[in-house]
Each structure stands twice: as C-alpha cells, then as structure tokens.
Design a protein around this ligand. Structure first.
Ligand code: GLV
Ligand code: GLV
Length: 321
C-alpha cells in the first residue's frame, strides 16, 4: 500500500510527545538529529517536503524558498522569525507561521530568573561552593543589588514584555516601558508609564528587552544608549542578540558604565564575545527562554496545528505577515 501521508521535513529533533505525533501522521524526509543541519542538508530537506518545521538557527533565504517548490508551509518553531526571508516567502506564496502565546510565560519566567541571578550574584555563589573555597557566612560576601522596589524598564510591550511587567507587582517595582507608540491605555495597567528610549534608560535600575529583531531594532542598544544607563543599572536580554551591540556592551561592562548584564541571546550564536565569559558581573545562559518541557511541547503542537490547517486548505492560525 502506498503511503499517502504528507511529507514533513523536520530540521531538529523535538520533544518525545511531539515526535510521537509526527511519526504517526507524516512521512519524514529523514529522521532528525539534535544538531543544526548544514545549509545544504536543510535545503535538500525543504525541497522534498510538503511542510517543514524549522528552528531559529535555520537561516532560510530567498534562494532556498524559491528552490523548495513543493513546500506549502514553513512552521518556525519559535515566536521570533528573523531567520526567514518573509518577503521572499510572500512573493512565492509560501505560508510562514510562528508559535506565539505558548512560550510567553516560560520566557517571562526565565527573564526574571536571569534578572535575579544577575543582581544577586547567584551564579558566582554557586561557583564559590563548587570550588571548595567557601569558608562560611560573611557580612561582606558576594553583596548584590536590591531588586524589590527598584524601577523596571521594559523595551517592547508585546505579549512577553507585558508578562514580565505583570510579574513586577510582587517585587513592588514601578514599570516604565518604551515602545514606538504608547500602547492603548485600555490594554495596559495604569501603573505602566511610557517613556522615550533615552528617558527609560536613564531612569531604570533594570532594563529588559522584549522587541523582535528587525532592521529597526538591530543594535537598538549600542555605546550611546549604554552611556544613557545608570552606572548601577543591569541590562537583561532574552529577545535576540543583535538588538544589543555586544562589543559595545562588553566595553561598557569593563569600564563600569553599567553594573552588570544577564544574557540569554547573542549576536553570533553560539559564539560569544571573548571578553564576556571573563566578566563576573555577567550571567550567561544558552538561549533558554522557552526551554521548559511544557512550552517546547506546546510549540510543537502549534507548528503541527498550522501545518494541518495549510495542508487542509484552511488559513494558518499563526500566519506571520
Ligand atoms: C525563541 O527565541 C523564540 O523566538 O521562540
Ligand atoms: C511574543 O509573543 C511577543 O509578542 O512579545
């Protein structure tokens, strides 16, 4: 009997509950690995498939999109979609979808984990114990900065920015936010005040970034913007690396222009600026924003829902335009 199931290209291994559904409902171009495919392998896979699930490390350019003539949908296993040439997809009539909402809480939680770990020197504390050099409690040991009651500055107030802001209530942190246009007051807490980027950077004790990466947000934070920040302030980034000029940030940290940084994303992942790992006032995470089992399973289910819709001739619920 011939297999009439649609052909799926999956660029990475996904969590087991998602793989179980995938294996049942699709023919796979090839069984995925847990590593990023080489560009030629990626392109070959996309060219054979009716539908594909790709990840944020897969760069999908116009040439690949035009070569993959059989492909009807590219489901990006992420909320960000800066890895895909959307203009080329639109031109070729290829549907691109993302996975909003299901990773909002996981990413907002991780943002707070990074914020607290940076201000309270959590990673240095863990390293001290593991080094075997901890000699006991001391009034002057690993003193960090207060978080409660300090001013939180949020750049970008989409789903994730707002979820981060809601969590600030428990820390009694006044929230200032920057977006190009102030958001409609009906959709926002009245406590959240809009600021220009410059005013926000000058006022906040902690600045956290939640904008997508676009040409307009690339290097939104560079040497000039870092200089607008307070020398006691912390910068947190769980959005996309290229929003910060990483070289300017390394300089600002070395010179004490800001107090510290918590980073989950980098300009040239998985490479990082060589100075970063030497700086104690920086906490470095390996792009863990959405990394909970629940969120990663839900992201897979959202990809599959979009794929089924498109293959059945229905509109994709998470079509990105
Ligand atoms: C992760 O970085 C995402 O965009 O989902
Ligand atoms: C992500 O879901 C965002 O809009 O911030």
């Amino acid at each position: 009997m011939t297999d009439i199931r649609p052909i799926l290209y999956l660029s990475r291994l996904l969590p087991d509950p998602v793989m179980a559904i995938v294996r049942e409902r699709f023919q796979l171009v090839q069984y995925p690995h847990d590593t990023l495919p080489a560009p030629s392998v990626l392109r070959e896979g996309l060219c054979q498939a009716d539908a594909a699930i790709v990840t944020l490390g897969d760069r999908i350019d116009a040439e690949t999109i035009h070569a993959a003539t059989r492909l009807k949908i590219l489901a990006n296993y992420a909320v960000g979609h800066n890895n895909i040439d959307l203009a080329a997809a639109r031109q070729r009539g290829l549907t691109v979808t993302n996975t909003p909402d299901v990773l909002t809480d996981a990413t907002a939680d991780l943002t707070w984990a990074l914020l607290l770990a940076t201000a309270r020197r959590v990673v240095e504390g863990d390293a001290l114990i593991r080094s075997g050099r901890w000699t006991g409690w001391s009034p002057t040991q690993l003193l960090g900065a207060d978080v409660s009651g300090k001013t939180l500055g949020i750049i970008g107030m989409g789903r994730i920015g707002q979820a981060v802001a809601r969590r600030a209530v428990g820390f009694r942190m006044p929230v200032r936010y920057h977006t190009r246009q102030p958001l409609a007051t009906s959709s926002l807490s009245r406590e959240w005040e809009h600021r220009s980027l410059r005013d926000l950077l000058g006022e906040a004790d902690v600045v956290t970034i939640h904008v997508p990466l676009t040409p307009a947000t690339q290097h939104l934070i560079g040497a000039r913007e870092l200089a607008w920040m307070r020398p006691t302030a912390y910068l947190i980034n769980t959005a996309r690396g290229p929003i910060i000029d990483e070289w300017a940030l390394a300089d600002a940290l070395k010179l004490g222009i800001i107090a510290g940084a918590g980073l989950d994303v980098y300009e040239r992942e998985p490479a990082i600026h060589s100075a970063m790992a030497q700086l104690k006032q920086v906490v470095l995470l390996p792009h863990l924003g959405s990394a909970t089992l629940h969120a990663r399973v839900q992201m897979g289910l959202v990809c599959l829902e979009n794929i089924h819709a498109v293959l059945d001739g229905r509109p994709a619920p998470n079509h990105v335009h």
